[in-house]
Design a protein around this ligand. Structure first.
Ligand code: ATP
Ligand code: CA
Ligand code: CA
Length: 172
């Protein structure tokens, strides 16, 4: 699957008001503890890939992300699956993978049509909004749909950030 995602720095209050006004529905709140790993055989910071174990509301999900596929958004290949956190960590560490960073955040998740809207409060960084669609074709038109949606809630295309939370924390 391709993750088509746009991230912006934005205060949640006005965004929440706008999306609820449009009829978006709140899905749930998640507390994320994200542990990123790097590989022994190549450097994910260079290849722009990511491997992550996410502890969320009592469970764990393992995620792989491929390199970003364009220059204006965070569109990339993504595979994600539920795992046993202790076992997954044991497998990765035994194979030589090692922790490269930790990100903590609270994510309020909303839905408008097929668009997922995440209001993220990231520890040490502040408030961000991500809009996302998952697709396997017509990437360009899906991305435009996301930019149009952001435009409709008062956020301009130029606000798009391609830096990950982990990179932002490392830059601090
Ligand atoms: P998601 O959208 O899957 O919920 P997220 O919103 O919590 O994730 P993002 O910042 O959007 O987090 O994406 C995770 C990012 O972390 C990816 O862009 C990945 O490339 C980056 N990343 C992982 N490991 C490293 C590393 N060692 N150095 C720099 N960036 C990394
Ligand atoms: Ca995403
Ligand atoms: Ca994201």
């Amino acid at each position: 699957m391709i993750e088509i995602e746009i991230k912006v720095r934005a205060d949640h209050g006005p965004v929440r008001d706008r999306i609820l006004g449009m009829g978006a529905l709140k899905i749930r709140t998640e507390d994320h503890l994200d542990v990123y790993y790097n590989a022994p055989h190549r450097d994910f910071a260079e290849t722009d890939e990511a491997l992550r174990l996410r502890s969320v509301n009592g469970g764990t999900r393992m995620t792989y992300k491929g390199r970003k596929l364009d220059s204006v958004s965070k569109t990339r290949e993504e595979f994600e699956t539920p795992v046993d956190g202790t076992a997954a960590k044991g497998i990765l560490v035994s194979l030589g993978f090692f922790e490269s960073g930790i990100v903590k955040k609270t994510r309020d998740i909303y839905r408008y049509d097929d668009i997922t809207i995440c209001l993220d409060s990231v520890e040490g960084l502040g408030e961000f909004v991500e809009v996302e669609l998952v697709a396997d074709s017509d990437i360009d038109s899906h991305r435009e749909l996301l930019f149009e949606f952001l435009e409709s809630i008062g956020i301009k295309k130029e606000a798009s950030i391609r830096t990950s939370y982990l990179e932002m924390l490392m830059e601090k």
